[in-house]
Design a protein around this ligand. Structure first.
Ligand SMILES: C[S@@+](CC[C@H](N)C(=O)[O-])C[C@H]1O[C@@H](n2cnc3c(N)ncnc32)[C@H](O)[C@@H]1O
Ligand code: SF4
Length: 399
């Protein structure tokens, strides 16, 4: 019996989520102008020019190979992530979107997001991205204070970022931006006022990430050497609490642990992940979840851009991992992703994926501590008191 065969999930017995049938396409552009010292994303700096036409051909080939495996899908969301996708030429974006549309049907209300760094050079391309079919941008603003931006190793000033936000506002019906908080020397009072300024600039959506020290980054080395002090657990908690309070008061409550939106303005692509729908991952280091023959499969491609390119050119795709998940693995992923959402998870869908209900005793114990609650509609969700210890809750509940 193949690995993962025992107890494999058959998806026909899984209750449909309200937006079942949703299919997302993630496209990874792995290049940046410089590597930020805190970042461990699959992003690479290249000193020579990137041959974008060659990458377009490779993206088109990998899209064709993926569509041959999961034909007939209706694409509801597309996301260009990175790296820095705003370094792509608009013609590159247009050609890749054409390739998506050659293989699958595109929903009339498709959401097409592109992650952009907020420099003036990149903002100049925004009109081209819109003409190519992008209808939402997500800007990596990170901070609205110049000193903090410099400390994060960013190449833009706050004024430049706000100018890029203004261009995004003019050109796109939908935009969002990212901020990093719990930065060195940040006080709750300073963060509150920075956040209020951000909310005044953000129409409908903000992603607010606590700074994490990722292994093997320059920040990890500085931190280990005692040269980078980040807020301790109590201060980080005060900053988190301030985030929830200021955003909720402004009508941008958290719909996911780090994402805030007005009702209806949630990032539909990220909801595909968190609601555990199906998505294709295309480009270097992209992950996908495909439903094939009643089984959920986890795919991942080669991370190194040039190695990915050569694999695709030689064999039509860069997939190096392609595994059928067991029922337990699928159910755990569903739990892990879904409990990040304020709406929580459908317990019936969990039971159908896992082949058994979630342990009632564990739920009751967590509920007794006020960390989770169940709703009349049969959902399990984490409470505001539970979100700061989400990882521990998931570890407790996972199979
Ligand atoms: C792929 S990056 C964004 C794209 C774009 N290259 C940029 O930096 O503006 C996604 C987001 O993750 C967040 N991020 C990356 N590393 C982080 C870290 N160590 N701690 C907290 N947030 C982080 C940043 O807010 C960043 O905008
Ligand atoms: S944070 Fe963004 S710009 Fe900086 S290295 Fe990571 S992906 Fe590139």
């Amino acid at each position: 019996m193949a690995v993962g065969e025992a107890g494999a999930s058959t998806r026909s017995d899984v209750p449909e989520a309200p937006d079942a049938g949703t299919f997302g396409v993630y496209l990874h552009w792995p290049f940046c102008l410089a590597k930020c010292p805190y970042c461990d994303f699959n992003s690479h700096v290249r000193h020579g020019a990137i041959d974008q036409a060659r990458y377009v051909a490779a993206f088109a080939a990998e899209l064709a190979a993926t569509a041959a495996r999961v034909p007939g899908r209706i694409v509801s969301t597309i996301f260009f992530g990175g790296g820095t996708p705003s370094l792509m030429e608009p013609a590159t974006v247009a050609a890749i979107l054409d390739a998506v549309a050659r293989h699958w049907n595109i929903a009339a209300d498709v959401e097409v997001t592109l992650e952009a760094n907020p420099t003036s050079v990149e903002a100049e391309r925004f009109a081209g991205f819109r003409a190519a079919g992008v209808n939402r941008v997500s800007l990596g603003v990170q901070a609205l204070e110049d000193r903090a931006l410099a400390a994060l190793g960013r190449r833009h000033s706050a004024a430049e970022a706000l100018a890029a936000v203004a261009i995004a506002r003019r050109l796109f019906a939908r935009y969002s931006f990212d901020l990093i908080y719990a930065r060195p020397d940040q006080t709750p009072a300073a963060w509150r006022s920075e956040l209020k300024q951000a909310i005044a600039e953000a129409a409908e959506h903000l992603s607010l990430y606590q700074l994490t020290i990722e292994p093997e980054t320059p920040f990890a080395a500085l931190h280990a050497a005692g040269r980078l002090a980040i807020p301790d657990a109590d201060l980080a908690r005060s900053l988190y609490d301030a985030t929830q309070e200021v955003c909720a008061a402004a009508g941008l409550p958290a719909y996911e642990i780090s994402n805030h939106a007005r009702a209806g303005a949630e990032c539909r692509h990220n909801l595909v992940y968190w609601r555990y729908h199906e998505y294709a991952g295309i480009g270097p280091g992209a992950h996908g979840r495909l439903d094939l023959d009643g089984r959920r499969r986890a795919t991942a491609t080669e991370k190194r851009p040039e190695a990915w390119l050569m694999r695709v050119e030689a064999g039509g795709h860069g997939v190096i991992t392609d595994e059928a998940l067991t029922r337990g693995e699928s159910a755990d992923e569903f739990l892990l992703m879904g409990l990040r959402l304020a709406e929580g998870i459908d317990l019936k869908r969990y039971a159908a994926l896992a082949g058994a209900p979630l342990a009632a005793a564990q739920i009751a114990e967590l509920a007794r501590h006020g960390l989770v609650e169940t709703t009349a509609a049969g959902r399990l969700r984490v409470t505001p008191a539970g979100f700061p210890v989400l990882d521990a809750i998931v570890a407790d509940l996972a199979a």
